[in-house]
Write a protein that binds this ligand. Structure first.
Ligand code: HEC
Ligand code: HEC
Ligand code: HEC
Length: 437
């Protein structure tokens, strides 16, 4: 018996030491030889890195409002605290100026910082881990051509045990992909290019895929739609009713390239940012490849989305005289009046947009979603989309009362989407609350 006891003790000790080594020793470095200065600064590589940095939309998170590009400091409000993005300019003290190539590859592949500590997955390294080593190094080459900015990273404010960075290692065991993405030989070259750009760079799933209880993307519901910071990132699977199954590849390409597709509306909220900073700078060829890949993602029906109706009764041929206000109930009349005074000059009555095609609402998911999630957000926060002709903007109407906003939202859903739902003042009050992810 004594011998069995000793054997058990030995196993326990070995397991404990192994666990301690695994969790507390700095993560090992990948075998990436340091490039020479000439190799690092090769202009063709820097240019490719610039394109890929934009495709990965690093700036969306690594610039605080009013701050310098790539200097970090953007706050992420999570249910268990706040974390801040890092300075990724080449400043040697507060940025990544003295990171080696191997350290940078490790950060992108494993989510580990220079000191060997784990980074939080708010940094979407589970997507970037799928980039090729050459592409990661191209991004580093580009980042190192930026002007160094001195900006100390704000310390995170996290509750225990979420402030324990090592705990992320256990999470990585479950959710970190196994290295760079491998091409699927049975698919076309275009499909493979699209898959690589969507998955490893666009990190579309970070917003469009629901999360499980460990805060990881739920693979079984890939791209089925999810609410992020108060905005709904719609279902972008090929489901005919609630996804993009009815969109053609060209329509999808237009939407990614410009933020607008005729008959499908215009990107607002964080999607307008993704288009403004990242997608619209990509080549048409690459965006087409991404659309081809997206159309192949298996359909997932989502319960909350209602079918988009591009021809609801009363929309075709509507003018400012229709419907006559006399036939409406009190709340509908209020909605119509607010629309007339605050919205019609840009959006018009029949859904194609008066100010510009970007204000076209016909066929948009936002005017068909009976939960009015993005509709209330865009009315409260306004919109901003960069286009090749300049910036398209919509002002915020947060100064309007909850009942006025509720009435105009109900009117918009009925008139532009054919959805007869009553949005209440309480819904608007709730939408005004700051969103936690
Ligand atoms: C969705 C938001 C988001 C995007 C997009 C993003 N990052 Fe980050 N990144 C973060 C956050 C947040 C941190 C800090 C994480 C932490 O402290 O644990 C971070 C940390 C880093 C770090 C570690 C820096 C350090 O000093 O430890 C590197 C390197 C980095 N990001 C590079 C990139 C690159 C390159 C891209 C684009 C390809 C990118 N990030 C895109 C959110 C983002
Ligand atoms: C930061 C979050 C975020 C990221 C990243 C993101 N999206 Fe979106 N996306 C949204 C939101 C929010 C909407 C809804 C926009 C609106 O209300 O107009 C949206 C809307 C869309 C739509 C329109 C769907 C419809 O039915 O109207 C498409 C298509 C789309 N996204 C594709 C993509 C692709 C492809 C990527 C990756 C390259 C991506 N998105 C990355 C947040 C995001
Ligand atoms: C100054 C012109 C202007 C006014 C006034 C205006 N909008 Fe907009 N709106 C736009 C533009 C341009 C867009 C597209 C750009 C964007 O989404 O940021 C847009 C987008 C939208 C969208 C689509 C959002 C999405 O998630 O896809 C809705 C819905 C909308 N507006 C409703 C309204 C309502 C309701 C009012 C009145 C309370 C209003 N707008 C007033 C210009 C305007």
């Amino acid at each position: 018996m004594k011998r069995v006891g000793l054997a058990v003790l030995a196993v326990v000790v070995v397991a404990a030491v192994a666990a301690a080594l695994f969790f507390f020793l700095p993560a090992s470095l990948p075998d990436v030889p340091e490039r020479t200065v000439a190799e690092r600064q090769d202009p063709a590589l820097v240019e490719r890195g610039r394109y890929l940095t934009q495709a990965g939309d690093c700036i969306a998170c690594h610039q605080a409002p009013g701050g310098e590009p790539y200097a970090g400091g953007l706050a992420f409000d999570l249910p268990f605290g706040t974390i801040y993005s890092s300075n990724i300019t080449p400043d040697p003290d507060t940025g990544i100026g003295n990171w080696t190539d191997a350290e940078f590859v490790r950060a992108m592949r494993q989510g580990v910082n220079k000191a060997g500590q784990n980074l939080y997955p708010a940094f979407p390294y589970t997507a970037y881990a799928q980039m090729s080593t050459e592409d990661i190094l191209a991004i580093k080459s580009y980042l190192f051509t930026l002007a160094p900015v001195k900006a100390e990273q704000e310390p995170n404010k996290l509750d225990f045990p979420y402030d324990q960075r090592w705990a992320v290692r256990a999470w990585n065991l479950l959710y970190l992909p196994d290295g760079a993405m491998k091409p699927q030989p049975q698919q076309s070259g275009e499909w493979n290019r699209g898959a690589y750009l969507v998955e490893a760079f666009g990190h579309c799933g970070e917003c469009h895929t629901p999360r499980n209880s460990f805060f990881a993307l739920d693979k079984d519901q890939k791209f089925a739609g999810s609410v992020q910071q108060g905005w709904k990132a719609y279902n972008i699977t090929s489901d005919e009713t609630s996804g993009i199954g009815a969109w053609s590849v060209d329509e999808l390409t237009d939407y990614l390239a410009t933020g607008h597709s005729d008959g499908h509306g215009t990107a607002a909220g964080s999607m307008a940012e993704a288009v403004s900073f990242s997608l619209r700078h990509m080549s048409r060829e690459d965006l087409h490849a991404m659309a081809v890949y997206l159309k192949s993602v298996p359909p997932q029906a989502s319960e909350v989305d209602a079918k988009v109706d591009p021809h609801p009764p009363g929309l075709d041929g509507a003018t400012r005289y229709s419907p006559p206000p006399g036939e409406l109930g009190e709340n509908e009349a209020l909605g119509l009046r607010v629309f007339q005074g605050a919205c019609a000059s840009c959006h018009g009555w029949e859904g194609s947009g008066v100010q510009s095609v970007f204000a076209g609402l016909r066929g948009a998911q936002t005017v068909n979603d009976p939960a009015a999630i993005n509709l209330l957000q865009v009315i409260l926060k306004g919109g901003r989309l960069e286009t090749e002709h300049g910036v398209e903007t919509m002002p915020s109407f947060a100064a309007y009362s909850d009942s006025e906003i509720a009435a105009v939202a109900s009117y918009v859903l009925g008139h532009f989407g054919g959805k007869q739902v009553q949005i209440s003042a309480a819904d608007v009050a709730k939408a005004r609350q700051p969103a936690v992810q």
